[in-house]
Design a protein around this ligand. Structure first.
Ligand code: IVH
Length: 682
């Protein structure tokens, strides 16, 4: 077998240059699309570049670095989903960015506005189209390029508020459209988890919703807690609907979630009042909105006014100006991350932005700080990216009075005092004292106990802080040696909460091997990587002894991850930690058959026979059965020896008793939904 360098020499210069160009360009377009939401090229052009790169990398695998866009799950690869032509194009909306634009729209539409307008909030999500046949949800697509969408039916099915069957359904085919979104609180949690795993953050809820819907594995989508709101019906006249008001009312009556804020506005002034009222009011909503969609109410006027190639003339999207404020930069603090990276953080005079008080904002790294030329004491402009992540835009340099102080990153770790080192090729400074830096230990424990890791409930930031500062915990394994006594004496703790914590720690011993791996925080090993490793190597012993080439040969584990895993297990300290954990009963539970996500996580109930009994709260019986069947189960109405599972709602009667007598597993509605969400039966 030729050595690496020899094979590398065989790659033609042209191919090497072209691959590097494509990797750079695709990464740039991916970023424009997802992070900046400003794509420069249409999907099919992107797809063509993407395919070309795949082919080049297939021909010369050495060209495929782990950083290549082709190695990224969730990249902008639209060709992963089947394309479906849309029955009626999904248009965009023209924007009104100020009062003048809005007046322009109101004036243009005035001759048609005798029937008034409907104002709705513009939801910051991803447009989708849903098709129902005889009342059953059969297909859902993204907007794609507006003419051809992507089939994301399986992923849409996992959205809990999306009705799978319609109440009082109309015969034949009905197509409705709306927006899938991620509520602020779930967005924040999702990004926190991503940060903990070292995965790139979503810039706003819209990108998070898009990224979640474009997952190949519906089980991943299911874990993201998306919501949906509908606002339009294709061919509404077929249902006898004559206005936008009637459309929204029909949607609500049929069981679709519809935003509550919409309002009929008889004239332009009423439209302006609506817009003014929601400028501040929108921050109390659970989801982010960046504007108001104003539509002529009467459908007859829609066809009269018509559309341009990209947007209807009878509607406009009024965009609120992004809320930007100035405040004082009172200090620049340095936080120490789990891997020792030092991050400058702005301490701000408290300022209310998009409805919450902001006191801190990450300044990312030293280069960023220089680029923005920030000085302590500066008046700075701040805003929230995607209305959620606080960001310092820059200083108001004109009002400096000479008392402002420049800031330099420290030469020593602020937590343990070890030298801070800038490693080659990295933007961040790093504290190299992995063994005993308290800040790294705190972050490491937080990561270990986080939801994507060992999921130790009740072990919050303040508690970790105290446990480490008081010397109760010196390594991660000390968690499993905790005694109630010292814990009960800590701030805001008592005997009961201490016991709860110790129970939660004990419960975490049963987490599967993949979670233990994710919890360890091995660089470059996120949730997906951990799952792949757990499946391939099954236990710590085998994994820790696997040579680098074997690791790298596993599909989904590139050379960078392989090297990182090797160097993790090469460290005596890490081996010792794993030994200690094993002695304490933390080995990573072996993946039992049903704990594996089923085929694609979607047919995980294959072969099971399920009986529903009693009254379900959040679903109708037929919705529940559709969900079960969608996951591969058969449903029947009576309990027998062949029944594998009974889902019992309220006031379940004789079937429940029979199931109990036969020893059939019985679960409640919530547990059943959790199974559907997680793609697992336990
Ligand atoms: S109506 C013919 N109503 O905004 C276009 N769109 O900027 C019909 N959007 O593509 C769209 N909230 O994805 C409409 N209440 C709402 C909306 C809404 C959000 C999105 C939609 C559209 C985009 C245009």
């Amino acid at each position: 077998m030729p050595r690496d360098e020899e094979r590398t020499l065989e790659i033609p210069q042209d191919a090497r240059r072209r691959a590097a160009f494509l990797q750079r360009e695709l990464a740039r377009h991916g970023r424009l699309y997802y992070v900046e939401d400003a794509p420069e090229i249409p999907d099919d052009e992107y797809d063509a570049l993407y395919r070309e790169l795949i082919e080049l990398e297939a021909a010369w695998p050495e060209l495929a670095s782990p950083e290549s866009p082709t190695k990224r799950v969730g990249a902008r690869a639209s060709e992963r989903f089947e394309k479906v032509p849309l029955s009626v194009p999904m248009l965009s909306l023209d924007n009104a960015l100020n009062e003048e634009d809005l007046d322009g729209f109101l004036n243009r539409t005035a001759p048609w506005a005798a029937g008034g307008y409907v104002c709705e909030l513009k939801i910051d999500g991803l447009a989708v189209s849903l098709t129902y046949e005889d009342g059953a949800f059969v297909r859902g697509t993204t907007r794609g390029d507006g003419r051809v969408g992507e089939d994301i039916t399986a992923n849409l099915r996992t959205i809990r508020t999306l009705p799978l069957t319609l109440s009082d359904f109309p015969r034949g085919r009905v197509e409705v459209r709306g927006e899938v979104l991620l509520e602020r609180k779930y967005f924040a949690v999702l990004n926190e988890e991503r940060e903990e795993r070292g995965e790139p953050l979503f810039a706003n809820p819209r990108n998070a919703a898009a990224g979640s819907l474009r997952q190949l594995d519906p089980a991943v989508t299911a874990g993201r807690r998306l919501s949906i709101y509908l606002y339009s019906v294709v061919a509404p006249e077929r249902l006898g609907l004559a206005s936008q008001r009637e459309i929204l009312e029909w949607l609500s009556r049929s069981g679709f979630p519809v935003q509550k804020a919409w309002q009929f506005c008889p004239c332009g002034d009423a439209v302006k009042e609506f817009i003014a009222a929601w400028e501040k009011g929108r921050f109390s909503l659970p989801y982010a909105t960046d504007g108001v969609v104003v539509k002529l109410d009467f459908l007859g006027t829609w066809s009269e006014m018509g559309s341009t190639s990209h947007a209807p003339r009878w509607a406009v999207a009024f965009k609120y100006p992004p809320e930007e404020k100035t405040t004082r930069l009172t200090d620049i603090l340095v936080s120490v991350g789990r891997t020792g990276s030092l991050t400058p953080v702005a301490a701000l005079e408290p300022v209310t932005l998009s409805g919450t008080v902001v006191r801190r904002a990450s300044l990312h790294n030293e280069d960023e700080l220089r680029r923005k030329d920030l000085r302590i004491g500066d008046l700075v402009r701040v805003r929230k990216a995607g209305e959620i992540i606080p960001e310092v835009l820059g200083a108001v340099a004109e009002v400096r009075n000479g008392t402002e102080r420049e800031f330099a990153m420290p030469e020593f770790c602020p937590s343990c005092g070890s030298p801070a080192v800038r490693l080659e090729g990295e933007a961040a400074l790093r504290c190299m004292n992995r063994a005993s830096c308290p800040a790294q230990l705190k972050e490491g424990i937080r990561h270990f106990a986080s939801r994507g890791g060992m999921d130790i409930r009740g072990l919050g930031e303040r508690l970790v802080e105290q446990l480490v500062d008081k010397g109760i915990i010196r390594t991660v394994s000390d968690l499993y040696r905790l005694q109630a006594d010292p814990v009960a004496g800590l701030d805001r703790m008592g005997q009961k909460s201490a016991e709860n914590l110790i129970n939660a720690v004990a419960v975490s011993k049963e987490r599967p091997f993949s979670r233990l791996l994710a919890a360890l925080g091995i660089r470059f090993v996120g949730a997906r990587g951990a799952e792949i490793l757990a499946e391939a190597f099954r236990d710590v012993q085998t994994l820790s002894n696997a040579p680098e080439e074997i690791l790298a040969s596993v599909e989904g584990i590139g050379p960078v991850m392989a090297a990182s895993i090797r160097s993790f297990f090469a460290r005596e300290q890490n081996r010792k930690l794993l030994e200690e954990l094993a002695e304490l009963g933390v080995r990573g539970a072996l993946p039992a058959a049903e704990e594996q996500p089923g085929e694609q996580g979607s047919r995980f109930l294959e072969g099971m026979r399920i009986v529903f009994t009693g009254e379900l709260e959040s679903l109708t019986r037929s919705e529940a059965e559709t969900l079960a069947k969608g996951a591969g189960a058969a449903c029947s109405s009576s309990v027998s020896g062949k029944t594998s599972l009974v889902v019992a709602g309220k006031e379940a009667g004789s079937k429940l008793a029979r199931a109990a007598a036969l020893g059939v597993r019985i679960v409640g509605e919530e547990e059943f939904l959790e199974m559907i969400r997680s793609g697992r039966t336990s």
